[in-house]
Design a protein around this ligand. Sequence first.
Ligand SMILES: *Cc1c(COP(=O)(O)O)cnc(C)c1O
Length: 416
Amino acid sequence: MTKNEHLSIEYPETLDQADVLGYKRAEFSIPDGLIYLDGNSLGVLPTAVKQRLADTVEIEWGESLIRAWNTHRWMELPNLVGDKIGALIGAEQGAVAATDSTSLNVAKAVSAGLSLNPARKVILTDNGNFPTDVYMAQGVVDALDKGHEVRIVNPQDIYDALDESVAVMMITQVDYRTGRRHDMQKLTDRAHEVGAIAMWDLAHSAGAFAVDLTACNVDLAVGCTYKYLNGGPGSPAFIYIAPRHQQHIKPMLSGWIGHKAPFDFDLEYQPADGVRRMNVGTPSVLALSALDTALDVWSDVDMSEVRNKSVELCELFISEVESRCSQYGLKLASPRDAESRGSQVSFHCPEGYAVMRALIANNVIGDFRAPDVIRFGFTPLYVSFTDVYRGAEILERVLEQKLWNTPEFMKKEQVT
Ligand SMILES: *Cc1c(COP(=O)(O)O)cnc(C)c1O
């Protein structure tokens, strides 16, 4: 883009006027003046959630009390909410449960995958995976104590590392640091060719772009709902089991809510039908209620429009930051080709931690990932082109005026 005074003022507003998703921003509560480029880490508050939570607390909990398990369908929430998520990731109805954390669901899915492929011992993953996924897989290996191993290769080597020793390919589609995106169809097909189970973590995929688990013939999937799905801090995660496998899985975490008839209180565990068996304990009703309403913002949204806008937002940000900030040592850490990227853009940045703190102090929120990455998420339902443009402008100012160079911004906080 030319750095023309006139253009630089008019351009983002023109893009915003032409934005077919522009109207969605009004459905979110975003503090005035805040440029929020961290919806890949914690999505903003969908306004309708306030009333839903108030009603759930005051009417359902406050007045209906224990009757609400039936009258307000509390017990059904993991499935009702699971189906709303399923619609966004190409899952069949009844194949997704909203429950537990992503970490726990990784353990549940990996152990399920191993049980579907009992003759093999290898869980294959890559070093771009989020650490908790790897930790949980290792924990499952240790707990099973049957000689399994977690094999970790470079992301670009996954395809070639798929061989007949692999029981489960456990891949996170989008790299949390760089936004690098794996080809789901290609890797799933290859996994199946060698007889491996394909398990995908959609933490940075669900709500970021269209995912089609059914078309890709994925076996197992998990994902997060507080990122692009705006479910709120610590909102329940999800787990997907392809219908063809559901009746063959004996859950490792066999809790009473995953039992066929919890209220028979039989001492012998018998799994419920379908994905219901992946539930473990009592549903988190408040969190599921918030998530249930948060998911309603997607009901009139076309994921291909989300993806188109996401690419445009990311491209605008890359071109603005590169033209303004390269002289300060910033280097693109994300793939340049949009096809290979999720919905985030990252830069290597000297003093990245302090730079991000200074940026946040100037009302532009992104985040920092060690050792030197500043990361920006682009959530097309509520981020505007003007946000992106102003965000780049403010980043330039922070670097040019060295606003990051203070002892306060250098000091690490607990959460980065
Ligand atoms: C965000 C994220 C998680 C988070 O797991 P929690 O159990 O919710 O803390 C797990 N895996 C991946 C790939 C993630 O991006």
